[in-house]
Design a protein around this ligand. Structure first.
Ligand code: SAM
Length: 329
């Protein structure tokens, strides 16, 4: 059994944030004023990422996702990925897609197949508005490149009322000829992101719109134990779509995920403000296995203890966390 907690869950999936830097400025992910960046000496160096990852693998982790910030802005990304590819793990990445063309050969060489690409609008102007950058064409070209090269692609779309909720059906229709899995993410509260419950579109609302638009052609897909999304497809379409309903219908019972921030702190839940400092221990030449086991064991049953809608909406609780860009989404 991989890394058990006291609620009988096993944890075989580690998400490693490689940097707090990003080449986009998505409003929902980071505060408008930005975040103070840590000096690079405080961040995990390539050999430290490898040493910590190796420990998790020895404890049962068999899937690693690289994230950030934007993982592809790290200058030594190739070294990190090649190191990790020597471990018996499935590799995956979450990226905004901007630098993907420079890395396709490396992804192939290292066997990295699973790519989550974030794109919140299919309209160039809106994309620029939310990301505060003009990279829409680049991202779309890189998405095509990944599809041509048969990568396994999920598209992450954070929905916000009055901004991109009018694109839900467009995104579903995007799966008509493209073998991608679109995942609508319920907008979540993090430090400094000005979350309000009424800005969020819920699973129920999204499903209602899809039922109206597609009627009998809407098919619910079978979900697997550790799935974060409730998945659907439209009959005859090449791809599929789903909703990550962390806010209105959390899926914590099947959670197998752990996180490591770019400064080497382990989080047992996206929403947890408790962190285990693995990097300092590693630098002091202390063993980290037990620290990992203790941190996993103590995981709350639901969303770091915010187990009701009221608690989740309480700013005193949900803002007592890093911003998403500093956690690693
Ligand atoms: N730069 C990479 C990317 O764009 O995918 C990886 C990091 S990003 C923080 C990972 C994911 O978190 C993205 O899909 C992003 O849309 C999502 N995300 C960030 N803030 C969020 C929020 N407040 N609610 C829901 N999803 C969020």
């Amino acid at each position: 059994m991989a890394l058990p907690d006291k609620h009988n869950r096993n944890h075989n999936y580690l998400r490693i944030s490689l940097t707090e830097k990003c080449n986009l400025r998505c409003a929902y992910c980071m505060p408008a004023e930005g975040i103070p960046l840590l000096p690079s000496a405080k961040l995990m160096q390539a050999d430290e990422v490898f040493a910590i990852a190796k420990t998790f693998v020895s404890l049962g982790v068999d899937k690693i996702r690289l994230t950030g910030g934007e993982p592809l802005v790290r200058k030594d990304f190739d070294v990190i990925l090649r190191n990790l590819a020597s471990l018996p793990v499935e590799l995956a990445i979450s990226t905004n897609g901007i630098l993907v063309d420079k890395h396709v050969a490396l992804f192939k060489e290292t066997g990295l197949q699973k790519i989550n690409l974030s794109i919140d609008s299919l309209q160039a102007e809106k994309f620029a508005q939310i990301t505060r950058r003009n990279d829409f064409e680049k991202v779309m070209r890189n998405l095509d490149l990944l599809l041509e090269n048969n990568f396994n692609i999920k598209l992450n779309v954070v929905l916000m009322r009055g901004f991109n909720d009018d694109e839900i059906i467009d995104f579903i229709n995007f799966t008509k000829t493209r073998k991608v899995a679109v995942r609508f993410i319920e907008f979540m509260p993090f430090g400094g992101n000005d979350w309000k419950a009424d800005k969020m579109l819920s699973l129920e609302e999204i499903l209602g719109m899809a039922k109206n638009a597609f009627g009998e052609k809407l098919i619910a897909l079978k979900n697997h134990e550790n799935d974060t999304a409730k998945n659907f497809k439209i009959s005859g379409y090449a791809g599929s779509w789903g909703v990550i309903s962390t806010v209105t219908s959390p899926f914590c019972a099947g959670c197998n995920r752990l996180r490591l921030t770019a400064d080497g702190k382990m989080k047992n839940c996206l929403f947890s403000n408790q962190e285990m400092d693995l990097l300092s221990a590693l630098r002091e030449k202390k063993p980290i296995e037990n620290l990992v086991k203790i941190a996993v064991w103590d995981k709350h049953a639901i969303r770091a203890g915010m187990d009701t809608p009221e608690k989740f909406a309480d700013k005193n609780l949900n803002q007592d966390n890093r911003s998403m860009i500093a956690i690693g989404g």
